[in-house]
Design a protein around this ligand. Structure first.
Ligand SMILES: NC(=O)c1ccc[n+]([C@@H]2O[C@H](COP(=O)([O-])OP(=O)(O)OC[C@H]3O[C@@H](n4cnc5c(N)ncnc54)[C@H](OP(=O)(O)O)[C@@H]3O)[C@@H](O)[C@H]2O)c1
Length: 259
């Protein structure tokens, strides 16, 4: 019997979400993969069925679209079959001065990175709490640990997601359900290209593999942890950011990210 008999992963068409889906399928989970790119999802589903003999359902959805998001919420509430693990992974960001980035794009980031996980978590928790079993893994970021000039909206969405996850973790932890915030550092995926972010400011050894992040996150939610920061270096950084005042960190980051 797999740890999570049925798991739903958003943003499974690439990067961390894809790595999570692959790991879950290898453990024998029935995986429901969600994203916008149907061809990517269908190819992944075909590979996972062939490699692991598991059931894979493909749901093509733009999570910034209220109607498509509502359909996914209905799926989570329907319990057919019940989802044991929800992985809120889909996310997007962008770099540049706040005033220069079109407001519609920033609002869309907020819908994808905040509103979608909040609504999906609400839909998933109801049946999980009724059954006294379940897990929610919210893919946040170390970017949410402090204000980030030039990545202001993205960092703020991740601060929301981390705070939200910690609060829910405490609310439900005695009811057989775990909510875990996963805070990756720089990870080699399609994220930075999609976001138009400057990769060159990050030294090579700082980059993590998507599979390393996926493995750490899945282990953390299974162990009932509130938070997971993959990689020793990033755990040290997280500790430091907890004691450095925002007046200092925002200036330092502002100078680096303005380049
Ligand atoms: N890479 C990093 O350094 C890093 C660090 C910390 C946190 N994270 C977080 O990790 C998560 C996964 O990102 P990644 O690094 O794996 O990047 P990625 O390779 O770009 O994957 C992003 C995923 O989100 C999906 N997605 C984007 N917009 C969507 C929308 N409107 N509706 C539905 N799905 C959508 C994409 O699929 P489609 O394009 O097919 O829809 C894709 O599957 C994100 O939440 C990100 O913030 C990444």
């Amino acid at each position: 019997m797999p740890r999570w008999p049925v798991a739903l992963v958003t943003g499974a068409s690439s990067g961390i979400g894809r790595a999570v889906a692959v790991r879950l399928a290898a453990e024998g989970s029935h995986v429901i993969v969600v994203a916008r790119r149907r061809d990517r999802l269908e190819a992944l589903a075909t590979d996972l069925r062939a490699a692991h003999g598991v059931t894979v359902d493909v749901i093509v959805a733009d999570l910034t679209d209220p109607d498509q998001l509502a359909q996914l919420e209905d799926r989570l509430r329907s319990g057919a079959p019940p989802v044991d693990l929800l992985v809120n992974n889909a996310g997007a960001g962008g770099q540049g001065p706040f005033a220069d980035i079109p407001i519609d794009w920033q609002a869309s980031q907020i819908r994808l990175n905040v509103l979608a996980p909040v609504r999906l978590t609400h839909a998933a928790l109801e049946p999980m709490l009724a059954r006294g079993h379940g897990g929610v893994l919210n893919v946040s970021s170390i970017a949410g640990l402090q204000p980030m000039p030039h990545v202001a909206t993205y960092a703020a969405t991740k601060a929301y997601l981390s705070s939200f996850s910690h609060a829910l973790h405490e609310e439900v932890r005695r009811q057989g359900v775990t909510v875990t915030a996963l805070l990756p550092g720089f990870t080699r995926t399609e994220f930075h290209d999609a976001a138009g972010m400057n990769r060159s400011i990050v030294p090579g050894p700082a980059w993590m593999k998507a599979d390393t992040v996926a493995r750490a996150g899945l282990r953390a939610v299974w162990r009932g942890r509130a938070q997971c920061v993959p990689g020793l270096g990033y755990r040290v950084l997280t500790g430091i950011s907890g004691v450095v005042p925002w007046s200092v960190s925002r200036r330092a980051l502002g100078a680096v990210l303005a380049r």
